[in-house]
Design a protein around this ligand. Structure first.
Ligand code: ADP
Ligand code: 5GP
Length: 202
C-alpha cells in the first residue's frame, strides 16, 4: 500500500481556505483533515475536536515539550500546532492528509517532510481580503487589522510553495485546488516506489 500524500494549504486569514478545504473534504472521503491544537478561543459554531482542539497555554506548551507537535507557531497572539502522531498514523494507513496552517509552520513542515505538497491560496487583492474578513463577521475590528497586517508578509512567503491558486471565483478556485492535488500525485518525488516496482519487473 502506498503512503498517503501530505498536503500543506496556506493562505492569509480571510482568503477562503477553510471554505475551499471544506468542499474538498466533502468531495473526497479519502482525504483527512489534520485537526490542529490552538490556544485561541472558539468562534461561534466551531466544534472542539472537529475544527480545532481548543486547549490552554499550559497544555499547549506540554505538547510541544513532549515532542507531540509536527510544527507549531504563534499567529496574532495565539498558539497553533499540528499534533504529530495523528498525521503520521493517517499517512501510514494510506490516507491523504491536509494541513491547513500558516506560513511559519508550513516552512517547518517543508523542511521536515520534503515529500509534502504545498499549495498557497491568494486573495485577488488585500482590499478583497479585508472585505471577506468583515463579511465573515467572526473577528472584531482590531483582530481584522492584525490579520490584514500579517497578510502581506505571508503572501511574500508564498514563493516557496509548490503551487499557487487565486481564490477569486469560489467554484473555480475549488476546481483549481482539486486539479493541483491530483497533478501532485504524479510528481516524481512521490513516485519513487512506483519507479522501483517497474524496475524490479525488468
Ligand atoms: P480563511 O479560512 O482563509 O480564513 P474563510 O474560508 O473563513 O477564510 O472565508 C472568509 C470569508 O470569505 C467567508 O465568509 C467565506 O464565505 C468568504 N469567501 C470565501 N471564498 C470566497 C470567494 N471566492 N468569493 C467571495 N467570498 C468568499
Ligand atoms: P484562525 O484563527 O483563523 O482559525 O487561524 C489563524 C491561522 O492559523 C490560519 O492561517 C490557519 O491556517 C493557521 N493555523 C491553523 N492551525 C494551525 C497549525 O496547526 N499550525 C500552524 N502553524 N498554523 C495553523
Amino acid at each position: 500500500m502506498n503512503r498517503g500524500t501530505l498536503y500543506i494549504i496556506s493562505a492569509p486569514s480571510g482568503t477562503g481556505k477553510s471554505t475551499i478545504v471544506g468542499e474538498i473534504l466533502k468531495a473526497d472521503p479519502n482525504i483527512s483533515f489534520s485537526v490542529s491544537a490552538t490556544t485561541r478561543a472558539p468562534r461561534e459554531g466551531e466544534v472542539n475536536g472537529k475544527d480545532y482542539f481548543f486547549i490552554s497555554r499550559t497544555e499547549f506548551d506540554d505538547l510541544v515539550r513532549n515532542g507531540g507537535m509536527l510544527e507549531h507557531a504563534e499567529f496574532c497572539g495565539n498558539c497553533y500546532g499540528t499534533p504529530k502522531k495523528a498525521v503520521f498514523d493517517l499517512l501510514d494507513a494510506g490516507r491523504d492528509v491536509i494541513l491547513e496552517i500558516e506560513t511559519v509552520g508550513a516552512y517547518k513542515v517543508m523542511d521536515s517532510c520534503p515529500e509534502a505538497v504545498s499549495i498557497f491560496i491568494l486573495p485577488p487583492s488585500l482590499a478583497t481580503l479585508r472585505h471577506r474578513l468583515e463579511k465573515r463577521g467572526t473577528d472584531p475590528e482590531d483582530v481584522i487589522k492584525r490579520r490584514i497586517a500579517e497578510a502581506e508578509g505571508e503572501i511574500k512567503k508564498s514563493v516557496r510553495y509548490d503551487y499557487t491558486v487565486v481564490n477569486d471565483g469560489l467554484e473555480e478556485a475549488i476546481e483549481d485546488v482539486k486539479a493541483v492535488m491530483k497533478a501532485a500525485k504524479k510528481m516524481t518525488k512521490l513516485n519513487n516506489d512506483t519507479i522501483k516496482g517497474v524496475l524490479e519487473k525488468c
